[in-house]
Design a binder for this molecule. Structure first.
Ligand code: ZN
Length: 271
């Protein structure tokens, strides 16, 4: 992949609330709400969380190509469809997909869809190709801290960064907006790290993992500043054994099972 990766410490020592409640709270506070209004907003039963699943690549973009010619796009899509099926079966979530077919969607378009849908979670599914054919294993990425900082600064500075952010009507005061951006961005980053930790913990019980399984990178699809996001490389197509595994529906079902458990655990611990 040619990118600098570093281990992330997923041990978080403070309490987190889920994204929807956090945004509700920000919205009522910035509107100058009374304590009663804040209390009612927090007490309201939230809708089922909306999860946007993203099958990497598609259409003219095959993604990585395996030793015997397997296209990454053709591994990512059935994995996402199986994951969607399993998540829907829990009746706990609403599921939406960036693509259901072999179509090309630009990276920014995937993030835009997640934000337009007001998704509570964004999970992108890929398969890796590494320079060494001996290497195999899954890994999980969240947005690097530096990229996240730069993004927040750029969005806060931008005049046309949409009139709403994290579901909140923006203030005319750039200082207030800067604080809102920073709060939401930090919350998103913490939740993304929590999600990645849950994914690693469950995946490693089912499949081989790369060393330093949780990595940070500057992936475009992880750049929604207000939606907790992670990208899962479910294995290496550059490794002959893993390519064969990834082609097997039963293997992908197992991965989907681990991801379903991770997402369940994530929502168990943040709400
Ligand atoms: Zn990919």
């Amino acid at each position: 992949m040619g990118i600098a990766a570093k281990r992330r410490d997923s041990a978080l020592s403070y309490t987190m609330i889920d994204r929807r409640r956090f945004n509700q709270l920000l919205a009522v506070l910035t509107a100058g709400a009374s304590f009663g209004q804040v209390h009612r907003a927090l007490a309201a039963a939230p809708a089922r969380p909306l999860i946007m699943l993203d099958a990497g690549h598609g259409g003219v973009d095959p993604g990585a190509i395996g030793v015997v010619g397997t296209y990454e796009k053709n591994i990512a899509l059935p994995t996402v469809l199986e994951l969607a099926r399993q998540l829907e079966a829990t009746r706990r979530f609403r599921i939406t997909l960036t693509r259901r077919d072999d179509v090309f969607i630009p990276l920014e378009g995937r993030v835009a869809r997640a934000r337009a849908a007001n998704a509570d979670l964004f999970l992108s599914i890929h398969a890796d190709a590494l320079p060494s054919r001996a290497e195999r294993g899954a890994s999980v990425y969240t947005l690097s801290e530096k990229a996240s900082d730069r993004l927040a600064a750029a969005m806060a500075a931008s005049e046309n960064s949409a009139d709403r952010f994290a579901g909140i009507k923006l203030s005319h005061d750039p200082v207030v907006n800067g604080i809102l951006f920073d709060l939401a961005r930090r919350q998103t980053s913490n939740l993304s790290i929590r999600l990645a930790g849950d994914v690693v913990n469950h995946l490693r019980q089912h499949v081989v993992m790369l060393p330093n399984s949780h990595r940070a990178a500057n992936f475009v699809v992880l750049k929604a500043p207000d939606i907790p996001s992670a990208l899962v490389e479910i294995g290496c197509l550059s490794n002959r054994t893993e390519e064969r595994d990834l082609r097997r529906p039963s293997y992908r079902t197992e991965i989907a099972r681990a991801l379903t458990r991770s997402i369940n655990q994530y929502f168990d611990t943040i709400t």
